[in-house]
Design a protein around this ligand. Structure first.
Ligand code: DCP
Ligand code: CA
Ligand code: CA
Length: 406
């Protein structure tokens, strides 16, 4: 997992050694991909499941349900190897866009609790939230944490484990104290009791390899690391040695890291208050989301090369597909038509099982050269989308619409 925001020495505030009166929450989905698959298919609940399988019983275990872990299945094993421990293992393929959409929903939901600049997505299933603006003490921070967990369960029917502490490193460690569905709090007062006996390799940025090197120095636990000699750590690991030691002491003064301005993808999901299944309603919904995305692309002067459409049913089941555009585009019509092409291949909703959410995501984004994006018709028919957007932003979404079919 990339360390997007591992505290760098330049992020450390040299004037203070540790945060005071700050409350950071860290959350991490439990057995993420496996939990999602179990949620989406009740037959899998309570079963040993792994995700990352390929046809012919091959593939690597990307994660496993807690039932499979109890039988010795671990991330990184080949499925064949895992079956030696757990002959009844159910190996499932991995479907990335589905998991990404869930994490995006989580981030959106967090925006209801704290300002956007207080939220940091750290990895595919983890984020940090700075609660300092909305919580004055651990009691309030814990209540907020419980509310966030409840919201995630309500929205996604999934559990996360959460850690709350006065710095990001300890919040991340606290998450590991109780899994699944845990909530652990580490304060300046209880840090020694709660964290110091944990293995040093669990510390943010350490991992197994550095853990071995620490072990060779006699440093086994977080406590050993916090009490280690700074000069010995510097000698062995350079400036990182100093950071590891500081982090183990709770001297992490890093802040929430916001995503870079460089957009890699844009997504828009819309959950309907009334689920739908009639094709005319579905077309309307897809068209609305498609227009929103094309407009967002144009507002950033971007064109997309790739698109995916996702569909969530009432029972939270999910289907999705994607398409590569013949040419990069931000054209309403091309995006709508392509979304409908994807939709035709999906498992469609019915009166018995209606759709509750549609989402469109676009990726492979490039700067729009404006003259080449209007490629729908062979005769290079061009349409003044940018001018229409100006009208829409002035008079509202409904003022004008490009005719796309019926
Ligand atoms: N993942 C992966 N390859 C890895 C590790 C993880 O593809 N080597 C994927 C599958 C996981 C997800 O990332 O579900 C999140 O990884 P975690 O390390 O957080 O592990 P889990 O969420 O699966 O389990 P845990 O409950 O231990 O957090
Ligand atoms: Ca996880
Ligand atoms: Ca994780």
């Amino acid at each position: 997992m990339p360390l997007y925001s591992f505290p760098h020495i330049k992020d450390m505030n040299c004037h203070i050694t540790e945060h005071q009166n700050r409350f950071f929450a860290h959350m991490d989905f439990d057995a993420f991909y496996a939990q999602v698959e179990q949620r989406d298919n009740p037959i899998l609940q309570g079963q040993p499941v792994s995700v990352g399988g390929m046809e012919g019983g091959k593939g690597i275990v990307m994660t496993a349900s807690y039932e499979a872990r109890a039988q010795g299945v671990a991330t990184g094993m080949s499925v064949l190897e895992a079956r030696k421990f757990c002959p009844n293992l159910i190996s499932l393929p991995c479907y990335g866009p589905k998991y990404e959409a869930i994490t995006l929903n989580l981030l959106k939901a967090l925006g209801k609790f704290v300002p956007e600049e207080c939220i940091e997505q750290y990895s595919v299933d983890e984020c940090f939230v700075d609660l300092s603006q909305v919580a004055r003490n651990y009691y309030e921070a814990k209540n907020l944490g419980l509310k966030i967990k409840e919201k995630i369960r309500e929205l996604e029917d999934l559990t996360v484990s959460m850690g709350i502490s006065y710095n990001k490193t300890f919040a991340k460690l606290a998450t590991k104290l109780r899994k699944p569905d845990g909530l652990s709090i580490v304060t300046q007062e209880n840090k020694k009791r709660k964290l110091y006996s944990m293995q040093a390799s669990k510390l943010w940025g350490v991992g197994r390899r550095i853990g071995f090197r620490l072990g060779a120095m006699g440093i086994i636990t977080i406590g050993d690391l916090a009490e280690s000699s700074q000069s010995a750590m510097k000698k062995e690991f350079g400036v990182n040695g100093i950071i590891f030691r500081k982090l183990a002491c709770g001297e992490d003064t890093s802040e929430i890291v916001l995503k870079t301005n460089q957009e890699k993808s844009l997504t828009h999901n819309h959950t309907m208050s009334e689920p739908i299944y009639k094709i005319e309603d579905i077309k309307k919904e897809i068209r609305r989301i498609g227009e929103y995305i094309s407009r967002k692309l144009r507002s950033k002067n971007l064109v997309a090369g790739h698109m995916h459409l996702s569909l969530r049913f009432e029972n939270l089941k999910y289907d999705a597909g994607n398409i590569k555009f013949a040419k990069h585009t931000n054209d309403d019509r091309e995006i709508f038509n392509s979304a409908m092409m994807i939709y035709q291949k999906l498992y469609g909703p019915s009166a018995k099982l209606k759709a509750r959410q549609f989402g469109i995501g676009v990726s492979d984004l490039h700067m729009d050269r404006k003259d080449t994006n209007l490629n729908l018709f062979d005769n290079n028919y061009s349409f003044p989308f940018y001018a229409l957007d100006k009208l829409k932003s002035k008079y509202g979404e409904e003022i004008i619409r490009v005719g796309i079919e019926n």
